[in-house]
Ligand binder design. Sequence first.
Ligand SMILES: *Cc1c(COP(=O)(O)O)cnc(C)c1O
Length: 381
Amino acid sequence: MGKKDWTPQTQAAQALGWTDAETGAVVLPVHPSTTYLRDEDNLYRRGRQYARADNPSFDQPQALLSALEHGAQALIFSSGMAAATSCFLALHPGDHVVVPEVMYWSLRAWLKSYAQEWGLHVDGVDMANLEAVRAALKPGLTKLVWIETPSNPLWQITDIAAVAELAHGAGAQLAVDSTCATPVLTRPLTLGADIVMHSATKYLNGHSDVIAGALVAKTCDDYWQRITSLRVRLGSVLGPFETYLLTRGMRTLFVRVQAACANALKIALAMRENPHVAEVLYPGLVHRPDHALATRQMQGGFGGMLSLRVKGGEAAAVRTAAAVRLWKRATSLGGVESLIEHRGSVEGAGSPCPMDLLRLSVGIETAEDLIADLEQALAAG
Ligand SMILES: *Cc1c(COP(=O)(O)O)cnc(C)c1O
């Protein structure tokens, strides 16, 4: 049985089965060196010069992520924001981009400030409305369409295949922030996307102890070459020790994501019955408007992220978050421990996030413990 026949879960568990040729170690060594020897004739035949360009420690996680996403090549970055902003900075001033109205808050803020000052024309649309997407595209001028699915913090699903077709029709590329779907549940490159982005800080690493990002390309075209070169020029590379932790985290990606999905569905169903909850935002619930699309686009689960809209508004939501004992009151997502956050307080003025919303990142604890804690906190709130 060759490596090509391995299922993605097997590829991840064994990190592609790589071992150290010199020692036989089943975990590859960390390479802290910043610089590499030249050959006597002044060439760099071994291919490496300086660690702002790359590091041998990147090879394994990049190859693994590329395999999991069915990509041609992957790049690890110093953060999800470094990965995402590189996709925009690799364009040219004057280029037009189409982005979602509701998306990861820090990137939305960056697009509305620095990206525009730098010269990009940025239009936000409702990505669930394909007619609006079509209308926003400017054939020849639009270079990139950016989507996030499921999207923060309302967990709406965007139809990757449909938006890819629209973007390509206008001569634009499609990039997908797939942080919350993970390659376990969705593989955007197989649905027509050109670039996949991850905040590897979240599910890929999975233990809330590394800030990292990643991009995967379907083809190594000129645009991808510019992104690759930007990582060297801006120096947005991950450190070797963090890279080691990320590789270790990715080995348990499948079991963690599967456990989080199972817990999230149980919690969503329990919260639907809760008298203090006005609405549960989770694409895995059959009555949700994008459930059919989510079922088509996501395999094996609907993710570990959901949001609750609490009866009693903002004050009740904040009181509920204050009353949890097991859930951790903190930002971020995708770790093994469950987090709860009053998202409106983070996003502030101009955010499309309702003020009665609590965002839940479901971890891998026992669902019954998580539900009992939420129930007592909602009753106290
Ligand atoms: C966290 C996050 C980011 C940003 O990633 P960092 O690693 O924090 O820089 C981007 N998109 C999504 C969906 C995220 O959750």
